[in-house]
Ligand binder design. Sequence first.
Ligand SMILES: [Ca+2]
Ligand SMILES: [Ca+2]
Length: 122
Amino acid sequence: MRIKTAVAATMIVAAGLLTTQGVANAALSDCNSNNMCMWGNNDFRWMIGERGHGSTSWANLSGDRNDEMDSWANRSATYTGCMAEHSNGSGDKQTMARNSNDNNVAPWNSDEISSWRTASGC
Ligand SMILES: [Ca+2]
Ligand SMILES: [Ca+2]
């Protein structure tokens, strides 16, 4: 009896891992080619912004999307983006390198982003 219980528990854990991974992959693919995206949670969950690449103008985040970024993706092969701690590109900055993403930014970079642009880097 004990062995059967252990096997069943292992299968439930394995199924949970597969489900979590599937959701994460689907969320990253929500960011379209040539766009840059930010999510409010780790693993590309809860998208809080998506912009086309090549814009040097700062876009500010407001409401419940402000100070929430925990993961991001840059799907541009051409432009480097930038995210900033305060509005209009001021404060601490995080670079979004070309063709890259981060599913879990460092704790000191979490939940602080208030503006971003999709060209010219930081
Ligand atoms: Ca967050
Ligand atoms: Ca902020």
